[in-house]
Ligand binder design. Structure first.
Ligand code: FCB
Length: 484
């Protein structure tokens, strides 16, 4: 039965009493077990009564953070991003990923300790293909063992792992063979997936094949900010098509190894609204942009037909290859028709006026679009996960509000029937933010890149309260829900 989150303002007094009594009993039961104090010694009047929550989440809901190999591991020198970092002008201020968060030397342990102590019960990480398969036909068992150790570390800390197999980075040998532009990318990816999944299957059954294929295609083949920095819509279509086929092949390979696996992708969903809702041209162009950016990939996995830009392709083997859909939601755009922007498909994108913007104006905080994203995703008829959501904010001034309000809207979407099963905040600790490098700080923990010291930002405790209570309490809501 679908879980209905409870909104305090429409609860009856009777319900409120029931919930506060239930929490009471549960808390004192734990206390009794842990401290071994006879129950009769506990004064039930110590506890403040009538504690209520603004919104509650389904039992077993996953609360975690998300990271990606190249952004946290450090020392990745065998992939396309390493090459990109060496080209002057590609990365802001010429910064490099370097040691990143030094996870490959073992600092994952302290970061995952922090995550677990902060009440998180899940973690999303990615595997670095270029480490596991440094050249064609060569497998690095030591790299696989390191991932095994990290994933075991996640389990030992009481967290469920969600493992991404491709998060923007490709091995250099793969790129030299033409990368995703060439059809043999499909077999190459599937054989890497088989190797990694066979090795790690005893520990994981929750897999994300490809992170944000739409961002990979838009930034690598239309905008040019990501490697290979091309602007070619014909190739963009080819890459998207090959990624759909590679996902389908990986999906089948994973299920052959592990029949109970849950396999999906993480899609970057960007809410796009007509700038002038009464303008049919704005509505037309916003609708077209949204369909191209948001719908193309998951619709191909649902129906086996890819429609992207002005091209079409039948990919019947992809039909029905998603057990869940991950939604990476960050921001919302207004879209206006613009005759002078043919290269941008006649659309001008900008943020809604008056909404809070992130530190570098990279993102706009529009929490209601989180709910809209999930209501949109519901049409695919599979369980949903918020696989990323967060904001760049070194001073942690907007993050507390952004986080609480977006989680609240996710709760409202569950109330409206969206089968959301988990939330992964981006990110656990500041990490290498692609072409924006170290200028954007998305971590719950601040990182000093030189000393590798971590400092807790205030949002850590706010998010921990939500994770531990599996709810947004009235207290948290009063502080961060209503204003920003
Ligand atoms: C997403 C990426 C992730 C991170 C966040 C801020 O698009 O998946 O790696 O860069 O943006």
């Amino acid at each position: 039965m679908a879980f209905i989150p409870k909104l305090c303002h429409n609860s009856t007094m009777e319900q409120m009493l029931f919930y506060s009594t239930a929490h009471f009993a549960q808390d004192h039961f734990d206390y009794y077990i842990i401290k071994k104090i006879p129950l009769k010694k506990i004064n039930f009047m110590d506890k403040p009564s009538m504690q209520t929550n603004k919104i509650e989440f389904p039992p077993g809901f996953l609360w975690g953070t998300a990271t990606a190999s190249h952004q946290v591991e450090g020392g990745n020198q065998n992939n396309n991003w390493h090459l990109w970092e060496q080209i002057p002008g590609k990365i802001l201020h010429g910064q490099k990923s370097g040691l990143a968060c030094d996870w490959w030397n073992g600092r994952w342990k302290e970061d995952l300790d922090r995550a677990a102590q902060a009440g998180q019960n899940a973690h999303r990480l990615s595997l670095e293909w270029s480490r596991i398969q440094p050249s064609p036909g060569i497998w690095d068992d030591k790299a696989l063992q390191t991932y095994q150790e990290i994933i075991q570390g996640i389990l030992d800390r009481g967290m469920k792992p969600l493992v991404t197999l491709h998060h923007f980075t490709d091995p250099i040998w793969f790129i030299e063979r033409g990368g995703w532009e060439k059809p043999d990318a499909i077999d190459a990816f599937a054989s890497y997936v088989k190797k990694a999944v066979s090795f790690l299957a005893p520990l994981v059954n929750f897999w994300c094949t490809i992170n944000e294929p739409n961002v990979y295609v838009y930034c690598g083949y239309l905008g040019g900010e990501f490697p290979p920095g091309k602007k070619n819509s014909f190739l963009a279509f080819k890459v998207m098509e090959n990624m759909v086929k590679a996902h389908a092949a990986a999906y089948k390979a994973i299920h052959a190894i592990q029949p109970n696996a849950k396999v999906g992708i993480a899609l970057n969903y960007r809410d796009m609204k007509p700038a002038r809702p009464d303008s049919w041209l704005d509505s037309l162009i916003a609708g077209f942009h949204s369909k191209t950016y948001n719908d193309a990939f998951p619709v191909a996995l649902q129906k086996g037909k890819l429609k992207f830009l002005f091209q079409r392709s039948a990919i019947p083997q992809a039909k029905g290859t998603q057990d869940f859909l991950g939604i990476n939601y960050y921001t919302c755009d207004l879209v206006a028709f613009d005759l002078f922007k043919p290269s941008a498909l006649f659309g001008r994108h900008f943020y809604p006026p008056g909404v809070p913007l992130s530190e570098n104006k990279f993102l706009a905080s529009v929490p209601s679009s989180m709910k809209e994203a999930l209501l949109w995703a519901k049409k695919f008829g599979v369980p949903l996960v918020v696989s990323e959501n967060g904001i760049e904010d070194s001073q942690d001034t907007l993050r507390p509000f952004y986080t609480v309000q977006h989680i609240y809207e996710m709760g409202k979407s569950i109330q409206e029937g969206c089968p959301v099963q988990g939330y992964f905040h981006w990110s656990l600790v500041d990490n290498f933010e692609w072409e924006r490098a170290w200028t954007q700080r998305f971590g719950l923990w601040d990182l000093d890149v030189q000393t590798q010291e971590r400092r807790k930002r205030p949002t850590v405790d706010i998010y921990a309260d939500i994770c531990k209570k599996n709810a947004i309490s009235e207290e948290i809501w009063k502080k961060f829900g209503d204003k920003s």
